[in-house]
Ligand binder design. Structure first.
Ligand SMILES: [Zn+2]
Ligand SMILES: [Zn+2]
Length: 224
C-alpha cells in the first residue's frame, strides 16, 4: 500500500480496520502531521489564530459589518505548511488523488442539512483545472450535494484586496436549473476548500440568504 500523500510504502498489518481503509491510504505520520493544529489563541467563530493584542477577531468583525452572520463555521484542518503543500498539489499540479486524502478528514453531520452547497468555480477555471476541487472531495467522501450556484468570476481571489472584493458585485448567482425557492425554511451548509478572509463563502451565503433559509452554516476544508 502506498501513501497518497508522501508516496511511502505503508507497512501495516492487514486487519479489519486497514482493510476498510485500503481505498484511502494515508500513512500514520502523514495523518498526524496533516491533522495537527498550530498552538495559539483562536477566534471561537472562524478559528483564526489571533494576535496577542487582539480582543475581538478583526476578520469576523469586518465581515459582520457587511454580511449576515452564519450559524456556525466549521473547519477540518489548520493551514500550516503540510496542509498548504497538500492544497498546492491538489489544486495546481492536478494531483486529483488528493481529494481522497481530504475526504478522510471530512467530519461533518451532513445529514442535518437539507442542502449542502459547494462553492462553484467559473467555467474558465473549470476548463483549466478539469475539476471543481470542493465537489471532488465531497464526491470522494460520498456526500450528496446540490449544485445550486454558479460564478463568472475569473480573477483569483488572492489577487484582489479586501476592499476590491467587497466593492465588486457579488459573483454568485443561482443556476437556472436549481429551484432556489426550495431553500426557504431549510438548513443549508455552504462548503468551500479554504477559508481565508471568509469573503467568498459570505458572498455565496448572501445569495442563499435571499431565499430565506432557516440557517446557513459553513464548512471549509482548511482555515488559513
Ligand atoms: Zn505518508
Ligand atoms: Zn474570527
Amino acid at each position: 500500500m502506498i501513501c497518497l500523500y508522501c508516496h511511502a510504502d505503508i507497512k501495516e498489518e492487514v486487519n479489519l480496520i486497514t482493510l476498510f481503509e485500503r481505498s484511502r491510504p494515508l500513512c500514520s505520520s502523514c495523518k498526524m502531521s496533516l491533522s495537527r493544529w498550530r498552538e495559539g489563541r483562536r477566534c471561537k467563530f472562524c478559528h483564526r489564530l489571533m494576535q496577542a493584542d487582539e480582543a475581538e477577531c478583526a476578520d469576523c468583525l469586518f465581515l459582520s459589518a457587511y454580511y449576515e452572520r452564519p450559524g456556525e463555521i466549521m473547519s477540518m484542518l489548520d493551514y500550516h505548511d503540510t496542509v498548504k503543500m497538500l492544497f498546492h498539489r491538489y489544486k495546481f499540479t492536478k494531483d486529483a488523488a488528493l481529494a481522497e486524502v481530504l475526504a478522510m478528514f471530512l467530519e461533518c453531520r451532513f445529514g442535518e442539512y437539507d442542502f449542502s452547497i459547494p462553492i462553484p468555480v467559473s467555467e474558465v477555471r473549470l476548463a483549466e483545472r478539469g475539476y471543481n476541487q470542493t465537489e471532488m472531495v465531497l464526491d470522494a467522501a460520498g456526500v450528496k450535494y446540490h449544485d445550486a450556484l454558479f460564478t463568472e468570476k475569473v480573477t483569483r481571489q488572492s489577487e484582489l484586496g479586501k476592499m476590491d472584493r467587497l466593492s465588486a458585485k457579488n459573483p454568485f448567482r443561482f443556476k437556472a436549473d436549481f429551484n432556489a425557492d426550495a431553500l426557504e425554511g431549510m438548513k443549508v451548509l455552504v462548503v468551500d476548500d479554504i477559508y481565508t478572509t471568509g469573503i467568498t463563502v459570505h458572498q455565496a451565503a448572501e445569495t442563499l440568504f435571499s431565499k430565506k433559509p432557516v440557517k446557513i452554516d459553513m464548512l471549509t476544508f482548511s482555515k488559513a
